[in-house]
Write a protein that binds this ligand. Structure first.
Ligand code: NAP
Length: 248
């Protein structure tokens, strides 16, 4: 098990899916965990209780990561309650799928705002703290779709490819101060996001996975936790695919 004793983690989108699994993986290792959510207050409370049941300190904050003021308020709340931020996991994300010719400007903007700008704002809000601490781990959720593209997901693919560019750029900016910046690119993971896909689309994706199955949120979360741990101290600017071989 990875040891996060004495560390504080901020996990965006921790109310459900991969984000919740990340919170619990970090909590198991002894981290204090602050998670944010967009609207699912009850689900966020359940993650907090599950983390507390593992012996961790935990707090949920409502925060739309695409809003700079709310992100700054969230970071203040973490510092007020926990005094430091050692780990940032940029996990909050949405999809608004459609073929490009039918995709509205609003759906393009909404996905870029939540997924890409949200990641930028959270990175910006914690970078100074991490530089001063001379310690930090930033892990962002990209996607196989950001590596390979996917019909019907121009907006989402752009946001996830953008996260890779931001990850590598920030990794270069912060490397000299012991702050690592990496991304995890999941393939097809069983969460609310993929449950919303039409059955034919799910079957088509499953057929393209060499391991012939979906991944679990816990399998994605363990890769995030590894990159957030001291075991990954010499790894920065990398994208780790967790996809059953899908992106080979
Ligand atoms: P999910 O089950 O749909 O959960 C999304 C989470 O993000 C929820 O906690 C949600 O909060 C939060 N969120 C959404 N918009 C937000 C905003 N503007 N501000 C703050 N929080 C926001 O998603 P998931 O499947 O676990 O995916 C998690 C991440 O992994 C995403 O970045 C996704 O793109 C990426 N990913 C997933 C897969 C997959 O197969 N599932 C594959 C590749 C990459 P509420 O509960 O309050 O709505």
């Amino acid at each position: 098990m990875m040891d996060f004793t004495g560390k504080t983690a901020l996990v965006t989108g921790g109310s459900r899916g991969i984000g919740r699994a990340v919170c619990l993986e970090l909590a198991k290792g002894g981290a204090g965990v602050v998670l944010c959510y967009a609207g699912s207050e009850t689900a966020a409370g359940e993650t907090v209780r599950a983390a507390e049941a593992l012996g961790a300190r935990a707090l949920a904050v409502r925060c739309d990561v695409s809003d700079a003021g709310q992100v700054s308020g969230m970071v203040d709340a973490v510092l007020h309650g926990f005094g430091r931020i050692d780990i940032l996991v940029n996990n909050a994300g949405i999809t608004r799928d459609n073929l490009l010719m039918r995709m509205s400007e609003e759906d393009f903007d909404a996905v870029i705002a939540a997924n890409l700008k949200g990641t930028f704002l959270c990175m910006k809000a914690v970078s100074r703290l991490m530089l001063k601490q001379r310690y930090g781990r930033i892990v962002s959720l990209s996607s196989v779709v950001g590596l390979r593209g996917n019909a019907g997901q121009v907006n989402y693919a752009a946001s996830k490819a953008g996260i890779i560019g931001m990850t590598k750029s920030l990794a270069k900016e912060l490397a000299g101060r012991n702050v690592t910046v990496n991304a995890v690119a999941p393939g097809f993971i069983g969460t609310d996001m993929t449950a919303a896909m039409p059955e034919a689309a799910r079957d088509a994706v499953l057929a393209s996975i060499p391991m012939n199955r979906m991944g679990t949120a816990e399998e994605a979360a363990r890769a995030v936790a590894f990159l957030a741990s001291d075991e990954a101290a010499y790894i920065t600017g990398q994208v780790l695919a967790v996809d059953g071989g899908m992106s080979m």
